[in-house]
Ligand binder design. Structure first.
Ligand code: AMP
Length: 116
């Protein structure tokens, strides 16, 4: 597992150094649009605490924070106007395609209500 490096792009989004198209924010979680969409809806949900990947998050965070994070992912997906289901993806490690080493969940969906 990679150690956490605070120079990564999502850490810079959390601290405001880099802007994002924000969809949702609370004290623990931030959601914004992926800069390179792989689907009509492509959101990224990140915890504001620093974990390099999924394995780091579930191993080293506390259970209440983990549960709240995953419930927030569901609320964001529900409020995103997605009509017909969605996919959740996390790439755990560079061999799996992870390129940004701040844990994140991709929400991908084909369609929004407004596009019907
Ligand atoms: P992964 O390959 O699973 O680590 O996903 C990283 C994702 O972050 C990719 O889908 C990128 O398109 C996205 N990404 C990289 N930089 C930014 C940025 N500044 N704002 C929004 N999304 C980004």
């Amino acid at each position: 597992m990679k150690s956490y490096n605070k120079n990564n792009v999502f850490a810079k989004i959390i601290n405001g150094e880099i802007s994002c198209k924000k969809i949702y924010e609370d004290e623990d979680t931030l959601c914004f649009e992926d800069i390179k969409k792989d689907a009509p809806v492509h959101l990224l949900v990140i915890p504001k605490r620093y974990y390099s990947c999924y394995e780091d998050f579930v191993t080293n965070s506390d259970e209440a924070y983990i549960a709240k994070f995953f419930k927030t992912v569901a609320i964001i997906a529900k409020n995103a106007g997605i009509v017909d289901g969605y996919r959740l993806i996390t790439n755990n490690g560079s061999n799996a395609g992870q390129t940004v080493f701040h844990f994140h969940i991709h929400i991908l969906a084909r369609m929004k209500t407004t596009e019907l």
